[in-house]
Design a protein around this ligand. Structure first.
Ligand SMILES: Nc1ncnc2c1ncn2[C@@H]1O[C@H](COP(=O)(O)OP(=O)(O)OP(=O)(O)O)[C@@H](O)[C@H]1O
Length: 208
């Protein structure tokens, strides 16, 4: 479960955010909708413990992130959270498969090639596993980043605009996969987006 309570964050005196409270229990989904510039990525990065709020509290699996050191925050993140970034960051010299397996290394786990291959098949990019990420289309890269986020069976999956580069077919496929995967491992799934196509497929919603 992840909660964000009374979260405030400012980039500057002019750019301040006061976010609504967030709660997503294990096995549940939450859609956070907002137009461009409303702070969706900022909120997701706060929930991912990549940014520190000026006030308020984030609780991850019953532990408050307040007062944790940077190395403790990194540990909580690696153990609990799978993040799908708005723009995927890959190691360009590694293959798609090795980029996915990096999650296992970073999470202190043995590389699980069978799982990476199974996810690639489910997400429709199994033919590209040996290629360099730069040879894939944006939509394909987005699906690779989803596989990478799911590799360590996270308790919490945070997705930043996971469907924005996808056509309707792939949009449906990706959302189904995210929902099925998070339900099967009992994870909380939090999606931030401005993609109105997702409005009807998530029952819990928060608007920024
Ligand atoms: N590092 C930063 N320093 C200063 N301002 C920033 C920084 N990052 C984001 N902002 C500003 O904060 C606001 C919210 O940005 P954020 O990326 O969270 O919005 P968003 O809702 O995700 O937008 P989009 O849908 O366009 O990605 C924007 O006006 C942005 O310019």
């Amino acid at each position: 479960m992840i909660t964000g309570t009374n979260l405030r964050f400012a980039y500057s005196a002019q750019k301040k955010f006061n976010f609504p409270d967030i709660k997503c229990k294990n096995g549940e989904t939450l859609l956070i909708l907002g137009q461009s510039g409303k702070g969706k990525t900022t909120l997701l990065h706060l929930l991912a413990l990549l940014l520190k709020p000026d006030s308020g509290e984030i609780m991850i699996a019953g532990t408050s992130a307040n007062n944790l050191s940077s190395s403790q925050l990194a540990q909580v993140r690696a153990k609990n959270i799978g993040i799908i970034y708005q723009r995927p960051h890959f190691v360009s010299s590694l293959s798609v498969l090795d980029n996915i397996l990096l999650s296992n290394y970073l999470g202190d786990k043995k590389p699980d090639k069978a799982k990476a291959t199974a996810l690639a098949e489910q997400l429709g990019f199994a033919d590209h596993l040996s290629k360099k990420p730069s040879r894939l289309s944006q939509g394909e890269q987005q699906r690779v980043s989803i596989a990478r986020a799911l590799m360590n069976n996270p308790n919490i999956i945070l997705a930043d605009e996971p469907t924005s580069n996808l056509d309707d077919n792939n949009c449906q496929r990706v959302i189904e996969l995210l929902k099925t995967q998070s339900a099967s491992i009992g994870a909380s799934l939090v999606v931030v987006t401005h993609d109105q196509r997702l409005k009807d497929v998530f029952s819990n919603q928060v608007f920024l």
